[in-house]
Design a protein around this ligand. Sequence first.
Ligand code: ATP
Ligand code: MG
Length: 445
Amino acid sequence: MTRAISLHDVSKSYTRGTRVVDRVSLDIEPGEFLVLLGPSGCGKSTVLRMIAGLEEIDEGRLLLDGAYANDLPPSGRDMAMVFQNFALYPSMTSRHNIGFPLRFEAPGMDPRPRVDATARMLGIEEVLDRFPAQLSGGERQRVAMGRAIARHPSAFLMDEPLSNLDAKLRNHLRAEISTLTRELGVTTVYVTHDQSEAMSLGDRVAVLRGGVLQQVGTPRSVYALPRNVFVAAFIGTPRINLLRGMMRAPLGAAMTISLGKQYLRLPEPLSLDHQLLRVQQGREVIVGLRSEAVRIAKPSAARPGEMALTGLVEHVEFQGHEALVHFNTGSSPAVVPDLEAPRPAARSTRRRREGGPGVLDRLRDRAGALRAGPVAVLDEPRSTAPVTPPEGRLPGDLIVRTAPDIDLRHGMQVPLLVDLAHLFVFDHHGERICPAPARAPDLEE
Ligand SMILES: Nc1ncnc2c1ncn2[C@@H]1O[C@H](COP(=O)(O)OP(=O)(O)OP(=O)(O)O)[C@@H](O)[C@H]1O
Ligand SMILES: [Mg+2]
């Protein structure tokens, strides 16, 4: 049996007035693999623990297969949890660790066939008679997974189950988890702060920030149509380039986005998405360019829709199969708070409202995703970094992927082409305005 899990406006506060989970609504389908993704402290584990029944729900409703389940004790939920710090009983062999929960769940049943079948599935038959101290980290984690699987639960709840393992083993087990949960067809909610893990595992990814759900969608849709600048920056490696720009849309002349000393002229005839930018005339915006939208090439090589920029090489990062070139284009990077630093302290709901109600607040309510505070910071003075070689080293504002054998050195001036069909523009609150917000990710597929 597998199960549908729904959260309706679920909130949680540990101290009065401070929501660590703020009105989260989520419908997880039977058999779905849903990843909860977000930076440290954003409330992922708290959401998972509320689903498991280990944490009380303050407000909102949890439905399991459509039935109200807020008050159901954990033992009545038929879910198995796998934690980061998988605690195995040190005095029990792997076999007994895996079979232990069955004593309570299916008293009288001989656990051996199930334990053996689970061990076969996980490839740990050889270590069944060893104690935890005699196992490697990866084997221990498989035994912990085995303990969850042998129960035949109706859902798996996994809280960063791989983060204690080295990178190679993590990748290996990641693939195994994906195969196993799909073979078993059991609903899985998987928590991680690692976006590449989320993208490779999830049927859908739910991005949380400061307790507020930002976006839920397939990995492809959150990457291609991030709702706001936080999601855009959190998902994808190398991280999306985010530059502060100014919209210029004079009547009867070409529309441009100025980026410090340089500008991007939007190709004509304007696409529908670019036409919508006209209303931003004279406003600050955030330009988002994923690395695949920029290439190193002369203006004469431009394809339709590509516009030229010049970049000064700051630093070349050799990656083996490719190189990442950090350029200074004389623009200033936009700052996206909360991306990876742990939240210093949970913000109080009272303080968040101090800005006073108004148009801005209404916009925030509409977007929902902004309840966790501004997604972009544009209020410091604009830097006017020149494109000519600076005295000191400036951090590159544009990262471009290229072949690993390219001969580029610090200080070289290089022509770049930007494919404006792949342009993201966010307004000064950080909400996506290009591609048009009406192109809702979930309607794309
Ligand atoms: N028992 C508790 N009492 C008070 N505050 C708590 C408690 N548990 C969690 N918090 C706070 O709630 C917020 C969300 O915590 P949570 O553990 O859900 O975050 P997380 O997204 O899982 O982070 P991480 O990636 O670091 O595990 C954090 O600010 C945390 O300090
Ligand atoms: Mg956690």
